[in-house]
Design a protein around this ligand. Structure first.
Ligand SMILES: Nc1ncnc2c1ncn2[C@@H]1O[C@H](COP(=O)(O)OP(=O)(O)OP(=O)(O)O)[C@@H](O)[C@H]1O
Length: 588
């Protein structure tokens, strides 16, 4: 029976169609995109490779098996030239018959039209095609009675391919109908052989789903929107539903990674951070790196796919330009890869974790407040945290040192204000600049950090893999000016054009808070509100809250942040701007 995992109750009358391998009789779960496929527009394209004079009366599918033999349909296998037909034949697509040609790069179909009485070839031969690089599965289509598990009448073959609309990828089906088994077998074999040539496409994946992310929808998102596509693409997915914080880390430390072609996480930014950290930590363990010293990290062994199911999904948005699970799944299936820079965060010479972004001051305090109120619904918790932290807005007294990227490489956007600083030369030849003072917020970001609240990114001046980090320092100012600065993230105006904001393109940052005990004092203010089960352990020893990729990290002393170019590969593509319409935060 034709199973539609997204709409599993979709029974289409007495007869239904199944997609399966030609000689394997187990039915597979196909993705129901039929309603969307109907709306498909065919693209006009010039005819490839020479003239074709197919001018025959329109053929019905029923007539094809007898009239179209495999000989007349079979082309020579000529894989040298992209435009050279490998196989050519007649299929019914929709209600019309088409002359269909397979080359190494595409499947092209042209409607078969009767000759005009004057013998002219019709001028309206609209050609359509699908590039093989966009095809992720080919299946045999059969008609079966309800309940029939195998066999059934062969109807043709179906191509599953992805279509792009802006940053969004969507799955589509093209049904090539022909009742001839020989004919379909030839096409099926050729298509399978060509698709197996895409070596970048994963065959086996380790998948982590965080069932607690955001609105607890990650498992549903995976089961309904992603798993059916993986199955269609013949990808074996080894699923772990995480049971606690740290679960991913313990699995990644121990498991055999060689058997996988990639790791996938389904959840929010905290889940992404844990998986990225786990993958990078495992790579250091395998390479024998001592992470309790200043070391040069090795790259992660496997690419990471991110299926967004959180509330902000900053990393997914930065790499896909959109929060759309199907787009993310199709990037994984098609094997699109994007190297990204990552940071290491260390304190007192010991590695604390790997990640992409850090916020200290306002960003750290807001997250700490939200974490202590986990019992609240997510959006309410975030708004409340923002309001409370703004109401208690306090500058942090810090000593900040940074190692700028070499002059001339990417410093054009920098905005340096009047803060005094001293320069110290680094052993690598760079020049550390040190400044002291009061800061409301300090952000250090290796990726643009796109999200719906900041469509151009929290750090629009950096790129996914430009080998640098954006350092954004918001100095002490009035609350109203700081709110104006925050609001600009959501607008077209430059959020950095304030006298109290400084930006730098850097390779490394050291930050040492100089205020004693302020964080512990603040925690005690609302201790009575916190849920003892879910509240993080907040020490009163003067440690400071950092927001590292949306995860709360408490650091008692100096934090040392270094960027490592292209340390991790993500499944996806480099996009400069989020596609989603900006979301206004109602509380500011
Ligand atoms: N079963 C579980 N129970 C509790 N926490 C878990 C579980 N599985 C994973 N976690 C942890 O939950 C944390 C938060 O995950 P995640 O970021 O995906 O959700 P979120 O915070 O709701 O989403 P967002 O960051 O987008 O708001 C992660 O640090 C992860 O380690």
């Amino acid at each position: 029976m034709f199973e539609t995992p997204r709409k599993s109750n979709n029974v289409r009358g007495v007869w239904s169609e199944s997609q399966e391998e030609l000689h394997e009789m187990q039915p597979v779960s196909a993705v129901d995109t039929s309603s969307r496929a109907k709306k498909k527009k065919k693209k006009k394209k010039p005819q490839p490779g020479g003239k074709r004079s197919v001018s025959a009366p329109q053929l019905s599918t029923e007539a094809l098996p007898e009239t179209v033999s495999s000989e007349s349909l079979q082309g020579e296998c000529t894989l040298n030239n992209n435009d050279e037909p490998i196989v050519r034949g007649i299929f019914q697509i929709g209600k019309r018959s088409y002359d269909v040609v397979l080359t190494v790069s595409r499947v092209t179909w042209t409607p078969i039209q009767p000759e005009t009485p004057t013998g002219d070839a019709s001028s309206q031969r609209k050609e359509a095609f699908v590039e093989l690089k966009d095809v992720f599965a080919v299946k045999v289509k059969r008609r079966r009675t309800v309940g029939q598990q195998s066999g059934g009448t062969l109807l043709g073959i179906t191509l599953f391919h992805c279509k792009r609309k802006g940053a969004k990828l969507k799955d589509h089906e093209t049904h090539l109908n022909n009742l001839s088994v020989d004919h379909c077998e030839i096409w099926f074999k050729h298509l399978k052989a060509l698709l197996s040539g895409f070596q970048n496409r994963p065959k086996s994946l380790k998948v982590f789903v965080n069932p607690t992310s955001h609105k607890k929808e990650a498992l549903r998102v995976y089961m309904d929107e992603v798993a059916p596509l993986f199955k269609l693409a013949d990808i074996e997915a080894d699923l772990t539903i995480t049971e606690r914080k740290g679960h991913v880390l313990s699995v990644l430390k121990e498991c055999e990674l060689d058997i996988y072609d990639g790791v996938v996480c389904v959840g929010g930014d905290g889940t992404v951070a844990e998986v990225a950290h786990g993958l990078l930590l495992r790579a250091q363990m395998d390479a024998g790196r001592d992470t309790d010293s200043i070391f040069t990290p090795v790259q992660a062994a496997l690419p990471l796919g991110i299926i967004p199911a959180g509330s902000t999904d900053i990393v997914a948005c930065s790499v896909h330009g959109i929060r759309h699970p199907v787009t993310a799944a199709l990037h994984i299936i098609m094997g699109h890869r994007q190297p990204v820079d990552a940071c290491s965060f260390s304190s007192l010479g010991r590695l604390l974790r790997f990640g992409f972004s850090a916020m200290f001051g306002f960003g750290g305090r807001t997250l700490a407040y939200a974490e202590r109120h986990r019992w609240m619904p997510p959006s309410q918790r975030r708004e409340m945290a923002l309001i409370k932290t703004l109401a208690n807005l306090k500058p942090e007294d810090c000593e900040l040192s940074f190692l700028p990227l070499k002059p001339g490489t990417d410093g054009a956007q920098e905005q340096t204000k009047t803060r005094s600083r001293k320069d110290v030369r680094d052993s690598e030849g760079g020049s550390w600049q040190t400044t002291q003072g009061l800061f409301l917020n300090i952000s250090i970001m290796a990726i643009p950090c796109l999200c719906s609240m900041a469509p151009r990114g929290l750090a629009p001046n950096t790129r996914l893999n430009n080998g640098s980090m954006a350092l954004i320092m918001a100095g002490n100012t009035s609350r109203s000016d700081f709110v104006k600065h925050l609001k600009r993230y959501n607008s077209v105006n430059n959020q950095f054009s304030f006298s109290f904001v400084e930006t730098h393109t850097v390779k490394a940052v050291k930050l040492r808070p100089r205020t004693q005990g302020c964080w512990a004092d603040e925690v005690s203010e609302d201790n009575e509100e916190s849920d003892s089960k879910s509240a993080p352990i907040i020490s009163s020893d003067g440690s400071y809250p950092w927001n590292i990729d949306g995860d709360l990290l408490e650091v008692p002393s100096e934090l040392y942040i270094r960027v490592h170019p292209e340390l991790l590969t993500l499944f996806g593509e480099n996009l400069e701007e989020a596609e989603e319409s900006p979301v206004k935060c109602s509380c500011i």
